[in-house]
Design a protein around this ligand. Structure first.
Ligand code: PRP
Length: 176
């Protein structure tokens, strides 16, 4: 059901090299509390942080918003952080900003815990009016509205381990 590769693994790797340099420039001399939004961000977070030279600590949150290919709008906090973020320089990692509902919820939650700073890193942001208010500080790629899988993004938990980002098309029977 994969239509075509949208972003190759090589293009992602090259972009991550640049993002790591941007992150190191912003946090020079400091430390980062990296927070991944499970599960989709794991591939992006680990591959990017392996390139970052600034000291990091890592924690995870889990929320759930999708059923099949549709964002349900009902954001459930499934798993909370294990560490306090007060006075920390926090970077929140997402695989994709779609409607932006998940990030808005996460930003509200984390802001209330008084981090020193709070920035967003996302592999993908869909170009949609619904998420225009969300500023991603460290962004991999802007994409269109199509449903994509791979590099952490799933369809009913499948395809996360594709090394690329691919467009999913239910009408096409091809395999990756
Ligand atoms: C997906 C994705 C983002 C969110 C983006 O998570 O990983 O967290 O949806 O959508 P939004 O901008 O419309 O809120 P999902 O809830 O599917 O969980 P997953 O990371 O485990 O796939």
């Amino acid at each position: 059901m994969i239509d075509h590769v949208l972003i190759s693994g090589e293009a992602i790797a090259s972009r991550l090299d640049s993002l790591a340099r941007e992150i190191d420039a912003v946090y020079a001399g400091g430390e980062i509390r990296a927070i991944g939004v499970l599960k989709g961000s794991v591939f992006f977070l680990t591959d990017l942080l392996k390139r970052v030279k600034t000291p990091v600590t890592v924690d995870f949150l889990q929320v759930r918003s999708y059923a099949g290919t549709e964002s349900s709008g009902n954001i459930q906090l499934v798993h909370d952080l294990s560490m306090d973020v007060e006075d920390q320089d926090v970077v929140l990692f997402e695989d994709v900003v779609d409607t932006g509902r998940t990030l808005r919820r996460m930003l509200d939650l984390l802001s209330s815990r008084r981090p020193r700073s709070l920035r967003i890193a996302a592999l993908l942001k869909k170009e949609l009016p619904e998420n225009a208010d969300i500023r991603v500080d460290f962004l991999g790629f802007t994409i269109g509205p199509e449903f994509v899988v791979g590099y952490g993004l799933d369809l009913d938990e499948k395809y996360r381990n594709l090394p690329c980002v691919a467009v999913w098309n239910p009408k096409k029977g091809a395999t990756p």
